[in-house]
Design a protein around this ligand. Structure first.
Ligand SMILES: [Zn+2]
Ligand SMILES: [Zn+2]
Length: 460
């Protein structure tokens, strides 16, 4: 017997699904792809004494730094890393808490990879629905997902229910098409992010996201509400998120993000009173640790190039509109993907600009911020036991979330200058963007030294 049928209807939706057994109850049209969960969930992660997992944060860490005997203790533990936006590693105990989080970030990545069962991964490019399941057994699911048919990006996702209450989720994304500056804006402007990310009936979404405290320019506490989904109650979560700059580490130049939640039961977190869950319909999720690795990539964002200098007419018979100014949305041939398949019908993201002979103010908007290599490792304590969450539901939800969110992340890269995010970047009220750009571009840094000029760089 099937219960609680979910149905997704909008473009690229799917048929109804029973949330108990996750059987698709009727054949479904293929869904559009979306993006990796990273930007959805800037959850924080305090490494402090509070971690429910109480993992020994620093025991098995190998610092990137050269362990020179002459190096002071602080410098050797920070290694080549520093808080994002700082010109050099901090001295003394000023950033002790941040250092604990950096070490926890490295440890967490090692732990998640160590727990991850073996699997063989292939590309999902060319697969019918842009996704391919590599393994689904023993509480472990691994699949590849192509987030958008016109983008080069691809994601390998692993979900590992390794314990009754705990799970690891990891994503490895090549050619992530958002670029660093738009990604930083998603993190730094959470109110805009909530409005910008799409919502679709039957899929979970962020209802509210707010920075409720900030310890330093790179160190925030978020309060986050997520809608209920399937067997999971709505979330009322608190997460600490910190960003580090590890670009000068020769073996692993990258930015490192670390998220962690105040431990269950803790009323004070780093001196801040933790808000209680007020609604009986919501539960708090505890991120025991989440590490994000961000590297610049030289991969192009899209597989397409513009077909002509001026925007041509939509190729659908009878359509009076010009093609969409973003290649990701119209492939350079259509006003939108809906009109491509059902001429005369238009998706919500269609620009509906009347074709005026191929000129006018309507111009191509091309992705301006490049691509990233992204790794995300999340260790989470669930509000319900893992045996109540069928892997089939996870397999069902993941590609749909990616295909829902990823197109708007691509559009963010293509349209950034026209969106309110870029206005916030221009205003730069607390100086965050300038701080980060100055630190990452500093000419005297090893990562910017001559001889490394051929390497991929962040676009800022
Ligand atoms: Zn059209
Ligand atoms: Zn259209």
């Amino acid at each position: 017997m099937h219960v609680d049928v979910l149905e997704i209807v909008e473009d690229g939706g799917t048929g109804p699904i029973c949330i108990q057994c996750t059987t698709e109850l009727s054949s479904a049209p293929s869904a559009p792809a979306t993006a990796p969960a990273f930007s959805i969930d800037p959850r924080a992660s305090p490494a402090s004494s509070a971690g429910p997992s109480a993992e020994p944060a620093s025991s098995s860490i190998v610092p990137d730094a050269e362990p020179s005997a002459a190096t002071p203790v602080e410098a050797s533990t920070w290694g080549k890393a520093r808080p994002l936006g700082m010109a050099a590693p901090p001295a003394g105990a000023a950033a002790e808490q941040q250092l604990a989080h950096l070490l926890a970030a490295k440890q967490l990545r090692e732990d998640v990879l160590r727990r991850q069962p073996a699997r063989e991964v292939r590309s999902a490019k060319g697969e019918k629905h842009g996704s391919l399941v590599h393994k689904e057994s023993g509480g472990h699911l691994c699949m590849s997902i192509v987030g958008h048919p016109n983008a080069t990006g691809e994601c390998v996702a692993d979900v590992n229910f390794y314990d009754t209450w705990r799970a690891d989720v990891s994503l490895k994304v090549t050619g992530f098409g958002t670029g660093l500056l738009p990604l930083l804006a998603l993190i730094h402007e959470p109110d805009l992010t909530v409005d910008y990310l799409p919502r679709q009936p039957g899929l979970p979404y962020i209802e509210h996201l707010q920075v409720v405290h900030q310890w330093a320019a790179n160190d925030w506490l978020y309060h986050c509400f997520v809608s209920p989904f399937g067997p999971l109650p709505g979330a009322d979560d608190v997460h600490n998120f910190i960003l580090f700059d590890n670009m000068d580490a020769p073996a692993d130049p990258c930015l490192i993000g670390y998220a962690v939640s105040p431990a269950e039961g803790d009323e004070i977190y780093r001196g801040w009173p933790v808000p209680k869950v007020k609604s009986w319909r919501r539960k708090r999720n505890y991120v025991l640790g989440a590490t994000t690795i961000i590297r610049p990539s030289a991969q192009p964002v899209l597989t397409l190039t513009i077909p002509s200098a001026k925007l041509p007419k939509c190729a659908s018979p009878g359509c009076a509109f010009a093609v969409h100014s973003c290649l990701s949305a119209g492939s350079g041939r259509f006003c939108c993907h809906k009109c491509e398949h059902s001429p005369g019908k238009h998706a919500s993201r269609c620009e509906m600009v009347k074709f005026d002979g191929g000129g006018g103010a309507h111009a191509w908007q091309l992705p301006a911020y490049g691509t990233l290599e992204l790794e995300l490792y999340v260790n989470v304590q669930l509000p319900i036991p893992t045996f109540l969450i069928p892997l089939a539901l996870v397999r069902w939800i993941f590609p749909r979330l990616v295909r829902l969110v990823y197109p708007v992340l691509l559009l963010l890269n293509e349209r950034f200058v026209a969106l309110p995010f870029s206005q916030r970047v221009r205003e730069d009220k607390d100086g965050f963007y300038k701080l980060v750009a100055d630190a990452l571009k500093a000419p005297d840094r090893p990562c910017n030294a001559r001889g490394r000029e051929g390497e991929a760089k962040f676009v800022l």
